[in-house]
Ligand binder design. Structure first.
Ligand SMILES: [Zn+2]
Length: 377
């Protein structure tokens, strides 16, 4: 029997589509309470959050994860019921298997294994879980962090269990994430008959030159740890549906995933200066999706890398690509943040799965990370 696999199965069988938790956190709280963790449930609105801590004083190591999952998509395309965890040919199938109920299960079993050997510590261990990572993330980790800051609770090291691995567990970890900023631009023209262009003002024509310039915008990464920041246009919409009508407006959505060396203000300035070069009437609304972060201190990165090497034999590649994660809320508090989880090939897809060996190895790697950062007394 493999305790990590068993717990992952129990979690997958709970249909916790964002922001539902369906008792996942209650189940984990019971496991942690049994090994003397102090449990705090922190619901905000529809969102459930769990903050559990062990130990009296010293540096605080936190496992950060989420119990919510994305919807299944067309259920008939799944070869097994996504909420009836199924083990087949070395893989555990089910929604959330890789993102990230497998890692959450490994958090718990690695702590259980660690504390069985070393019940009194010179540091502290925490577990922070939310049921709103895959959604708007407003009532999730960011709210818990506000509460912790009020209590003057400082996280020293934070391990996020997002599925970072590529071909085998621990081959890739994340030591930072890009920021995300979006803008919605409305170019205003004057609607009219295509036969009388002099009596209309065509926003599509007016926008053709700025569009060409915007689509070439990029900013070089100066940290050496990130990709360059490249503007992407995600929507362009105009027209009334009639062939003989010049439309009255045009809407454009854009997004930039940006490195910490490219501040949002720089992106705003460059986009708006292109728009202002042309004789255009326009409105623009900016939305900041997530701030970038980069862990530069070596302590946690070294503990994670060495633990991976001890268990699987090779050192990981440190990257910063991919979407955002809840690590973005922890990093600004001054904590070192590293992400390490199972293979991510199937996340958010039909037939999501995790390798059984990934779960076993994650349990061992997480335990070693605890051992190397938190010493016993
Ligand atoms: Zn996730």
């Amino acid at each position: 029997m493999n305790p990590t696999l068993e717990l992952a199965k129990e979690l997958i069988s709970r249909k916790s589509i964002t922001p539902s938790d369906e008792g996942c956190q209650e189940l984990i709280a019971k496991r942690l309470e049994a090994i003397n963790f102090k449990i705090e449930h922190m619901p905000f609105g529809d969102v459930k959050n769990l903050w559990a801590t062990y130990g009296e004083s010293g540096p605080l190591f936190v496992f950060l994860g989420h119990t919510d999952v994305v919807p299944t998509g067309p259920i008939e395309e799944w070869s097994h019921d996504p909420f009836n965890p199924t083990v087949k040919e070395g893989f555990l199938y089910g929604r959330g298997a890789a993102d990230m109920k497998g890692s959450v299960a490994a958090f718990v079993t690695s702590i259980e294994d660690f504390l069985e050997e070393k019940p009194s510590l010179s540091g502290r261990i925490g577990v922070l879980l939310t049921s709103d990572e895959e959604g708007p993330a407003v009532d999730g980790v960011s709210k818990v962090v506000e509460y912790l800051e009020k209590k003057d609770e400082k996280i020293t090291w934070c391990l996020v269990g997002e599925p970072t691995s590529d071909n085998r567990v621990g081959d890739v970890i994340k030591i930072g994430r890009r920021g995300s900023v979006s803008a919605k631009i409305k170019v205003i023209g004057t609607q009219g008959h295509v036969a009388y262009p002099d009596k209309a003002n065509n926003p599509i024509h007016n926008f053709s030159s700025p569009l060409a310039e915007l689509s070439k915008l990029s900013w070089k990464d100066e940290t050496g740890k990130f990709q360059d920041s490249i503007l992407q246009i995600s929507n362009l919409n105009s027209g009334t549906g009639a062939m003989n009508v010049i439309p009255g407006s045009l809407i454009l959505d854009l997004n930039v995933r940006h490195s910490p060396s490219t501040p949002v203000d720089q992106i705003k300035l460059d986009v708006e200066s292109i728009m202002n070069k042309y004789d255009l009437e326009y409105e623009i609304i900016w939305v900041i999706g997530g701030k970038p972060f980069l862990t530069t201190e070596k302590e946690l990165i070294a503990a994670v890398s060495n633990s991976i090497k001890d268990v699987v034999g090779t050192e990981p590649i440190c990257t910063t690509d991919g979407g955002t994660s809840d690590g973005r809320f922890i990093a600004p508090t001054g904590a070192q943040v590293v992400e390490l989880g199972p293979g991510n090939a199937s996340i958010h897809k039909v037939n999501e799965s995790v390798r059984k060996t990934d779960l076993e190895e994650l349990n061992k790697i997480y335990k070693k990370i605890l051992s190397s950062l938190i010493s016993s007394v």
